[in-house]
Design a protein around this ligand. Structure first.
Ligand code: GLY
Length: 265
């Protein structure tokens, strides 16, 4: 598979194939409806192709039949330029997902870990420059956030805890569009937490639209949020849309399905 660079930047995207047990996933704020795991797998493959088109070199782990949520690899690690932190997922059913991703990431970064009683989901961690904003959610507790702060202090990162409400993760409520602009759902997180950033709000009829994956100057978002996408296009952003409706039934979105990080030179 060719490695495609964006300028002199090259991105690795770690993904894991959809588990056939996806229908048994954890759900917190989304009602349970039947999930077609095969269709989710096809949508996931389209998502993977989109990552490649946007300049990522894909590294894919095999499906794990015993771990329904394991396609959502973002939750088990935080990968920075200097180091990777393995999380301690807040849902007990997801703890077993961590080890195989840790083994893979050791090829790319030194690997550290959050330990119990700390809990932390990667979906709660939004890096904006050298500050990591971390959602205080049902999945990420004060001990986990405190451990992250200690592990990253020597690498020059600040960790800032952010209250969330009514959503699974901080990145359900806010993601980054470019260095100074965020896409935000005001019902789920206070915009005042992000002073200094320009804020674009999701369209009110698309409450789940704040989760957008940024890869360099490119943005990837679900096709099911055309009104919010239009807001981004009107603001001058380039946005690729992918159909991830079956993964959305599992309370997933576009950032959850990959760990995207800079390849070392
Ligand atoms: N189904 C995604 C999660 O709850 O972790």
């Amino acid at each position: 598979m060719p490695i495609i660079g964006m300028g002199n930047v090259m991105w690795i995207a770690v993904t894991r194939e959809v588990s056939p047990a996806l229908g048994d996933c954890e759900l917190s704020y989304v009602p349970r409806t039947p999930i077609d795991a095969a269709r989710a797998g096809r949508q996931h493959h389209d998502y993977q192709r989109a990552l490649e088109v946007l300049g990522c070199h894909l590294v894919t782990l095999p499906a794990e039949p015993a771990w329904p949520d394991s396609v959502f690899v973002e939750d088990v690690a935080i990968v920075l330029d200097e180091v990777a932190i393995m999380t301690q997922p807040g849902a007990l059913s997801r703890r077993a997902e961590v080890a195989s991703v840790a083994t893979l990431l050791r090829s790319y970064r030194p690997v550290l870990a959050i330990e119990t009683p700390g809990t932390l989901d990667g979906g709660d961690v939004l890096r904006l420059g050298s500050t990591l904003y971390v959602g205080q959610s049902a999945r990420s507790n004060a001990q986990g956030i405190g451990q992250l702060r200690e592990l990253l202090a020597s690498h020059g990162y600040t960790v800032h805890a952010v209250p969330t409400r009514g959503c699974l993760h901080l990145k359900s409520a806010v993601t980054q569009l470019n260095d100074d602009t965020l896409l935000l759902q005001p019902a789920w997180v206070d915009r005042e937490q992000f002073a200094g950033f320009r804020i674009i709000e999701v369209d009110p009829v698309e409450p789940h639209a704040a989760n957008v994956l940024r890869i360099g100057d490119a943005l990837l978002m679900p096709a099911s949020f055309p009104r919010t996408r239009q807001r981004l296009l009107d603001a001058g952003f380039e946005v690729t849309a992918v159909d991830v409706t079956e993964l959305q039934k599992a309370e997933g979105a576009v950032t959850c399905c990959s760990l995207v990080f800079r390849a070392k030179e």
